[in-house]
Design a protein around this ligand. Structure first.
Ligand code: FMN
Length: 173
């Protein structure tokens, strides 16, 4: 199992039902480190060097977040803009992420059938993750199958438990 760093981006994890449960599923897993980024950086002043050191120390990075307007909460975008520096993440000497794995774990309030070409949103979740996938390609990371949990607005407790189990399984690979 890869040495995994889960960077969780939820503006209020305490009030989260889904993302909090997903993180609980990773508790006790060897080689998994979890960071609640909004707690660490409530003012968006990201400690770039600390984040880079942590990323360097792990083989697999997970960006976990709820969908906000078909994208991530703003702090993940800030994290990308600040942490993925020229000369570190990209550019002729920017090879620090090469060969590492990137997994996106996203929860979405909208039902799965809405995230289809002919559905209400007219676009799939993997299509919406294209900028992140392109980022992974740009910085030499291996894009893993994303963990996608749609329909969270109507998710039963049993369905959430099952999803938590699938998440732990995906991370354990
Ligand atoms: C500001 C905001 C924007 C949201 N945008 C979307 C969206 O674009 N698509 C969607 O499916 N759900 C959207 N949602 C619903 C969240 O994704 C959903 O509440 C979340 O996945 C539930 O996870 P949690 O219990 O960890 O908060 C949005 C919620 C908020 C508060």
């Amino acid at each position: 199992m890869a040495n995994t760093l889960i960077l969780a981006f939820h503006p209020n994890m305490n009030e989260s039902r889904v993302n909090r449960r997903l993180l609980e599923a990773t508790r006790g897993m060897a080689d998994v480190t979890v960071r609640d980024e909004y707690v660490l950086y409530p003012d968006f002043a990201i400690d770039v060097k600390a984040e880079q050191r942590l990323v360097e120390d792990h083989d697999r990075i997970v960006w976990q977040f709820p969908f906000y307007w078909y994208s991530s909460p703003a702090l993940l975008k800030q994290w990308q803009d600040d942490v993925l520096e020229y000369g570190w993440a990209y550019g002729s000497t920017g090879d620090k992420l090469h060969g590492k794995e990137l997994m996106v774990a996203v929860s979405a309030g909208g039902a799965g059938e809405k995230y289809t070409k002919d559905g209400e949103f007219g676009i799939t979740v993997p299509e919406l993750l294209a900028p992140m996938r392109a980022t992974a390609n740009h910085i030499g990371m291996t894009w893993l199958d994303p963990f996608i949990l749609p329909g969270t607005l109507n998710l039963s407790d049993d369905e959430l438990e099952a999803a938590a189990g699938r998440y732990a399984q995906a991370l354990g690979r």
